[in-house]
Ligand binder design. Sequence first.
Ligand code: GDP
Length: 455
Amino acid sequence: MLLLQYLRLLGIGGIGIIRMSGRDCFEVLNKIFVPKKPEKIENIKGYSIKYGFIVDNKESIDEVLVSYFKAPKSYTTENMCEINSHGGNVVVRKILDLCLKNGANLAEPGEFTKRAFLNGRIDLLQAESVIDVINSKSEREVKTSVKQLEGGLSKKIKEIKQEILDVIVNMDVSIDYPEYDVDEVANNQVLTMLDSIQSKLEVLEKSFDNGKIIKEGIKTAIIGKPNAGKSSLLNSILKEDRAIVTEYEGTTRDTIEEFVSIEGISLKLIDTAGIREAEDEVEKIGIAKSREIANSADLVIAIFDSSKVLTDEDYKILDIIKGKKSIILLNKADLGCVLNNNDSVFIAVTNNIVNISALTGEGLEDLYSIIVKMFNLDEINFDNDIIITNLRHKNLISNALDNVKKARDTVNNNMPIDIIAIFINDILEDLANITGEFVTDDIIDEIFSKFCLGK
Ligand code: GDP
């Protein structure tokens, strides 16, 4: 089947790209593309570009460049071409319609990548990382996703699978030739293998703590009584050159989640719209709301006006952050502090206390380095570590670890080797599901439906 898609659906850009994939895509192209220097398709090399015009009944539609990719050396491993036209919506639509009229079908979201997977060029894990690269909100996230796209995690999973397979071969001998007394040897091998893969899987499972932060950002709440300086702090974080701000619709209608990037990691600031837009003092976030926000956060930044003595409301804020991952900011340092960062009321709650001035930006660097330390961000080696960022992968690794424990129990309980083999096969199956060897069509459809059109 032939499919096509154009890459830029909304808005107007310099160029529009129409992509076709499938055995017959060059035939469709031939019907609508007149190159300046015509050449037989057999003579056109893959990865080459030709200049010419898209025509409909001898009428020129647009001046274009066409890239040729020949099977199997293309994104989908099929014959592919990309028509680079001018970017206006009318032109792109017209070329798209022409392709459809001449035998192409419209692609579903993610269909190109799905074909790359089904045709065996990439595994499921790599296909999923394509979505992650596209949706990345921070530099670190791009870096981690690209590493998965390159196959870092796939390779690791393959190594672990191989380790299991090496032992299964010996177990099969035991099952097939029970007259040979290889059980004991096999059991010892199984236990050694289980220990080894358990520690590798645990490292991967643990990496999800960081992976989640990389992917979803650190859900951060800024709380404090009215006039403590919440919105000023926010503005001063957002003003920083390095802060990349993206606004997303929040889960409830009246919240906006804002992402800022600090040291390449996103902070997802909760309900900042509420903080910044409330003009009326009464409307500014109250204690009950602060408690609610703090409860849903990974990190709570509590801000106090250090030029004034603490009030009842401040004590309530301190009460909210007790036992939570929190940072205390003693704001308005430029006004001369009445509050002291050695004060026991603060130390009793957290050691992370920073003097800042939201107005001048003083102390912001200290705030950032505390965040980096609190979430061990400096310990993540983005160049070498393999980090799990996808919940599906993490769940399968956790399943595999459960099956490792079950397999070990069966060995320790002297179960017959064919029973042990069942659990070991379950581990293999969990791992194979990550890379997509055994996954069902439903899961594949669900994964690819999250893609954008044209990918
Ligand atoms: P919010 O109600 O907690 O959002 O507080 P705002 O950010 O609106 O700040 C209340 C007032 O304090 C404003 O007039 C700010 O300009 C002022 N303010 C905030 N931070 C500082 C600071 O660090 N130094 C000084 N001098 N004034 C500040």
